[in-house]
Ligand binder design. Structure first.
Ligand SMILES: *Cc1c(COP(=O)(O)O)cnc(C)c1O
Length: 463
């Protein structure tokens, strides 16, 4: 058997560890990671031999492979990347990028003890929710505020608090699936509430709600349609009308508005999303939304509304299971403080900045990318700047196109799919849009400080 001879040439783990390479690795990396990497590479060699190959087996030859394995095994699996897709709130890519202020506040709070649940004035136990309450009230106009882990938790908690074993009236046009298996009927079931659907997919009238109120209804619920839009022959009941009805029948009205925009984007030419302030002003009793969609903060579920109702939620034992952690709280407080000066929020909160960035400024960034690509790899691909459209993403503003500039990249020899894969495989990975057999880099979701890195990554991907 020719195998046998080759197998006997495989160096032992111990031999490799005691070699000059091994000694060097042991200086820089944990022993466990080195062992795992050596074993992995040796296993690979055994497989190659079994497959009839004759790999070189001396330590000098296999050490580069072990180094690669060590690097891979000691790197983090969760890693930053460059989002060139033009989808601003990209759920798969971590939704909102935090502002510098939020990041600083996480670091500041994480590295030391804090008054998370301690009342410094009274010198005794306090509530983690109290830190954020004031700023949320001031910004939104709501009576009271509470923050949990995410909006899905917020909705579940509210339904469970106000409507367990009782009916919640919802329009059939709002029984949506957000993605990631968050579906209103199923959340309702999990909360213990009973779904009472009214109206039709395209039209729901005030009378439909009213007819459902004679029985056991505990809550009127309005849900943001998130990532889809009903168009054409449609009718929905406004928050104001629903509030009026709720008052008449003494039934609270809740709105899950999904994104929770706190800046009137109409000023920046982006219409179609009511602000949190408008919903509160309409008199809705309980409003829930995400912290990391249009708000541009950390993952969180924000609940605003009447003081009496918020206090009732605070007594629900489920709250403990959904509580926000201190790092998210630190990030959220810093982000909300930025909103006190709206112009500043628009400049400094990345999600808002990307949503409102003037086209001219996007064009400049695209121009910079274009020039650098032309200079470094212009001989390997056709490169041009084109007008295109970005998306808000995250189920926000689904029907709105954001005009943008992309750098279009069409390699002469290497297939587009190969380069797309290489970019994904890079350090850092670059995620792009592929359209009409070309790679698009959307300048809207690229940060100025990422441009140099992006160019290096493209250079490597086509090499
Ligand atoms: C996104 C969304 C949710 C879920 O929010 P998470 O913060 O992702 O948990 C719930 N409802 C609506 C309408 C949404 O758009």
């Amino acid at each position: 058997m020719p195998h046998q001879k080759l197998f006997s040439e495989i160096p032992s783990v111990d031999e490799i560890l005691k070699s000059a390479y091994g000694i060097e690795w042991l200086r820089d990396y944990p022993r466990k990671i080195i062992l795992k990497s050596i074993r992995g590479v040796l296993e690979q060699k055994r497989k190659e031999i079994l497959n009839g190959l004759t790999p070189r087996l001396d330590i000098d030859r296999i050490s580069p492979e072990i180094v690669n394995a060590i690097r891979l095994n000691s790197s983090y699996k969760l890693t930053p990347l460059i989002n060139a897709t033009g989808v601003i709130i990209h759920t798969n890519l971590g939704r909102s990028v935090l502002s510098d202020k939020a990041i600083e506040n996480i670091a500041r709070t994480a590295g030391s003890y804090s008054n998370l649940e301690y009342d410094l004035k009274k010198g005794k136990r306090g509530k983690r929710y109290s830190h954020i309450k004031e700023v949320l009230r001031e910004l939104s106009g709501a009576e009271d505020a509470l923050v949990v882990n995410n909006n899905a938790a917020a909705v579940l908690l509210c339904l469970n608090t106000f409507a367990k074993e009782r009916e919640v009236v919802v329009s059939r046009g709002e029984l949506v699936e957000i993605g990631g298996s968050f579906r209103i009927p199923e959340v309702m079931k999990a909360s213990g509430a009973i779904l009472r659907e009214v109206g039709t997919t395209n039209k729901t009238h005030l009378a439909d709600y009213e007819n459902a109120l004679c029985g056991e209804a505990a809550l009127l619920l309005k849900v943001h349609q998130s990532n889809y839009k009903v168009m054409g022959f449609t009718e929905e009941v406004t928050a104001e009308e629903l509030v009026k009805l709720g008052r008449q029948y003494k039934i609270p009205v809740m709105a899950d508005i999904g994104s929770g925009c706190m800046v009137d984007l109409a000023k920046y030419g982006v219409s179609g999303e009511p602000t949190v302030q408008q919903i509160i002003k309409a008199g809705v009793d309980i409003v829930t939304f995400s912290g990391d969609k249009l708000l541009g903060g950390p993952q969180a579920g924000i609940i605003l509304g009447r003081e009496k109702l918020i206090q009732k939620i605070q007594k629900n034992p489920l709250l403990r299971a959904m509580r926000i952690d201190k790092l998210s709280l630190a990030a959220l407080e810093a982000t909300m403080m930025q909103y006190i000066d709206e112009d500043r929020a628009v400049r400094e909160v990345p999600t808002l900045r990307m949503l409102t960035e003037p086209l001219e400024s996007i064009r400049r960034r695209a121009g910079r990318i274009y020039n650098l690509l032309k200079k470094t790899i212009g001989s390997k691909a056709a490169i041009e700047i084109k007008k295109d459209l970005s998306r808000a993403g995250g189920g926000s503003l689904p029907e709105i196109d954001f005009p943008t500039f992309v750098v279009l990249f069409k390699p002469f020899k290497i297939p587009v799919s190969k380069i797309e894969g290489n970019l994904r495989d890079g350090t850092p990975p670059v995620i792009v849009r592929v359209k009409d057999n070309a790679i698009l880099f959307d300048a809207r979701t690229l940060q100025d400080r990422e441009v140099r890195t992006l160019i290096d990554c493209v250079k490597t991907a086509v090499a």
